[in-house]
Design a protein around this ligand. Structure first.
Ligand code: URA
Length: 433
């Protein structure tokens, strides 16, 4: 078999065999196949697509290219969730303790922030002492003891994806549905859970800009998961606007704790309830309405909050910060953003607001940047809200005062004002079963 023939076959629009896909993945990881050849194949896939069978095979080969987590030592139903990336998306911090409080086992590997989107691991590390680097034995022991543990991805999880993703990033081939689906699902399959709920975002802050494209991606990922014998659902949710009101690591932990304590209704609470209820449906085979009612109960009666405290304690985090969030470190500088006009907010562009938060220091512009956990944004107004000229629409926070000028400009470019009220979009577009 020759990589040259595989590239030519895909270039000409033919379907690759399982053997050809396996040959590519194995030999690219080992270095036999060169980056320029893999790039050509990625572009051919980008242009000509992949069938469901090809996508499932590619995913399984990538999943099996490194460690496959064995969670059989954990009793009970192992569940996972994955978001395709968003701004202000702290859903894992809320959903994981909810479903753990209802008896699911959450043995979760999460990622760091990427581009304008945040990552759960960075958020958890903003809690002093919180350890996301447990050994596999400690990870399993913690899940068996508390029902929940969230750690960073191990170095050898789906190494084929790591290599292929870096190549796609540099060759304008990220935005291909079969390639995104196989990239995400290879890591989910290697992470070993029985049930997976995917939060597929659409809108300005997401990879998929339209709900129709998000639906195609969601369907592809559900097909892959089922093909691999998993119980999978996808919830398609809006990411035109940041989720919730806080963006930035400590700020997002604080907002998640507020919701876990109060169960207060908000866009964030609604997405969390939908994700958690779908996990419960998959885990226990009950009807959605019953699952939703159980989720609301543990959110309101403090059991989900109690699980969050247990998780923080078990992973070495300072529980007193969660109990008294006013004690979290605060940014040295704060600046209010004011509405330039009377009227309504027509759009709060998630990508621009997420990028402004990165400029403030809440994310990394390069992979070696150090995060300022105190940096970020609190939104006081969002799409659809009425505003008066001079009213505070947001507060910006950073330890480095020099970051405000460009962050402010980026932030304000994301706010669109209008005399007319904005049309409301549904928060949840669809659930793919
Ligand atoms: N997230 C991933 O892990 N992979 C992609 O291709 C896109 C988003």
């Amino acid at each position: 078999m020759r990589i040259y023939d595989i590239i030519a076959k895909k270039r000409d629009g033919y379907e690759l065999s399982d053997e050809e896909i396996a040959f590519f993945v194995k030999n690219y990881v080992s270095g036999e196949i060169k980056d320029y050849q893999a790039s050509a194949l990625m572009m051919a896939i980008y242009l000509n697509g992949m069938t469901d069978r090809e996508t499932v095979t590619l995913t399984l080969e990538m999943a099996q290219s490194g460690d496959m987590l064995d969670l059989t030592a954990i009793d009970g139903v192992k569940v996972d969730k994955h978001s395709t990336g968003g701004v202000g998306d702290k859903t894992t911090l809320i959903v994981a303790p909810i479903v753990a409080a209802l008896g699911c086992k959450v043995a979760k590997m999460s990622g760091r922030g990427l581009g304008h989107t945040g990552g759960t691991v960075d958020k958890l590390e903003s809690i002093d002492g919180f350890n996301v680097a447990l050994s596999p034995e400690e990870f399993i022991r913690t899940v068996n003891k508390t029902g929940i543990c969230v750690v960073g991805q191990t170095g050898n999880l789906a190494p084929a994806d790591k290599k292929i993703y870096a190549l796609r990033d540099a060759t304008a081939t990220v935005g291909s549905i079969p390639l995104i689906a196989s990239s995400i699902m290879s890591k989910k399959l290697a992470a070993g859970s029985d049930c997976i709920v995917l939060d597929v975002k659409y809108g300005s802050g997401a990879f998929m800009k339209t709900p129709e494209d998000a639906l195609l991606l969601a369907e592809k990922m559900v097909t892959i998961g089922k093909g691999a014998g998993k119980r999978v659902r996808a919830v398609i949710s809006d990411m035109d606007t940041p989720l919730g009101k806080n963006i930035g690591n400590i700020l997002e932990v604080k907002e998640a704790v507020e919701i876990l304590r109060s169960g207060e209704d908000s866009d964030l609470t609604q997405v969390c309830i939908a994700l958690a209820a779908n996990i419960i449906v998959l885990a226990f085979g009950i009807e959605y309405n019953e699952a939703e009612s159980k989720v609301c109960t543990v959110l309101k009666n403090g059991e989900a909050y109690g699980k969050f405290l247990e998780m923080v304690k078990a992973q070495g985090g300072d529980v007193s910060l969660i109990e008294n969030t006013v004690n979290f470190r605060k940014a040295k500088y704060r600046k209010e953003m004011l509405s330039p006009a009377d009227g309504f907010i027509l759009a709060t562009d998630a990508e621009k607001i997420g990028s402004a938060s990165v400029v403030l220091g809440a994310g990394r512009a390069t992979k070696d940047d150090i995060i300022d956990y105190t940096a970020g944004i609190i939104l006081h107004k969002k799409t659809g809200n009425k505003v008066q000229k001079g009213e505070v629409i947001a507060e910006l926070f950073a330890d480095d005062e020099g970051r405000f000028a460009s962050a402010e400009e980026m932030f304000m470019s994301g706010f669109i004002f209008s005399e007319k009220e904005a049309e409301r979009k549904p928060l949840i577009y669809k659930v793919v079963e």
